[in-house]
Design a binder for this molecule. Structure first.
Ligand code: L34
Length: 283
């Protein structure tokens, strides 16, 4: 069974569109998301475009702010500060990665916690790990939604996450733990990785290497979630971290790339923007 993130996200966006259409009457306006793109990386530009397109569909006001790769860090931080102070802005997202001269940590901590639709702010991360109410990061949130949509029971299962980034690996491991899975976090330095991944009922791969997970690393009937978005070095086409064709014949459930986790990330961004808006207008 292939879980279509494209299809699930389309359904969820349809529901959100209905909800947002009631906002002008209820609250006098719609949510407003500002996405900042620094530089001209083509992958980042394409994801940012996807965010604008989804916003338009859902009825969220989207402003994309494009700045050159040479923007001084302080100027970017000042831009964020002015958006923090702008009452008409509900959500702020700075697309990562950023050029080397800009500290991602400083950028993330400058976005006000209330407008942090990514759930990357240290206070949001702390709240997540302390089981307090928080904004859940989009990709991990999308992955849990896909598992539930596919009817995958998480409780009591052995989950292996390959990757330990702040954006995906660590938070997805935490969310799986909260769903009562037993979680192992593996990474590029894990010894005898196939022996670890073969133990997984649920395998989440976020390592960023094309076709890193081969069929011998997956047990029969496993659920495989592929978070990778890579360019195939040979064909130049989009591909995941999982050798899809080989692994699909062993897995009970698998996500494709494209059309899997990526669309769900954007869908959850829409949801987070609505949540930030509602928290603000309800105050
Ligand atoms: N601040 N930076 C911030 N927030 C994020 O949530 C992200 N991420 C990651 C990179 N940097 C970020 C994204 O937006 C990855 N990511 C992302 C979002 C959407 C898609 C892929 C990555 C996506 O829509 N992928 C499509 C294919 C898109 C294409 O053709 O290029 C898919 O079907 O997988």
């Amino acid at each position: 069974m292939i879980i279509s993130g494209k299809e699930l996200s389309a359904r969820l966006k349809e529901d959100m569109r209905g909800e947002v259409s009631t906002f002008p009457e209820k609250y006098g306006r719609v949510p407003h998301l500002v996405v900042i793109l620094v530089g001209d990386d083509s992958a980042s530009a394409s994801y940012v475009k996807g965010k604008a397109k989804a916003s338009e569909f859902v009825g969220i006001r989207n402003t994309t702010v494009h700045r050159p790769a040479t923007i001084p860090e302080e100027e970017l931080l000042d831009l964020i500060r002015s958006l923090n102070a702008d009452d008409t802005v509900d959500g702020i997202l700075v697309q990562l990665p950023l050029p080397d001269h800009i500290s991602e940590a400083r950028v993330i901590e400058t976005i006000s916690k209330e407008k942090d639709v990514d759930g990357f702010h240290p206070l949001n991360v702390a709240a997540l790990w302390q089981k307090q109410p928080c904004t859940l990061p989009c990709t991990p949130k999308g992955i849990i939604k896909m598992l539930k949509f596919a009817g995958v029971e998480i409780k009591g299962k052995r989950a292996v996450v390959i990757g330990r980034s702040n954006i995906v690996g660590l938070p997805v491991a935490k969310l799986l733990l909260d769903e009562n899975a037993t979680v192992t976090i593996a990474h590029s330095r894990t010894g005898n990785l196939p022996s670890v991944t073969r133990e997984a009922d649920i395998l989440v791969v976020a390592i960023g290497k094309p076709r890193f997970v081969t069929a011998d690393m997956v047990s029969d009937g496993a659920v495989v979630i592929d978070v990778g978005v890579n360019r195939d070095p040979e064909t130049g086409k989009l591909c995941g971290d999982v050798d899809f064709d080989a692994v699909a014949s062993k897995a009970s459930v698998i996500t494709p790339v494209p059309g899997g986790v990526g669309p769900m990330t954007i869908c959850c961004l829409m949801e987070n923007t609505i949540e930030c808006f509602l928290r603000k207008v309800a105050r």
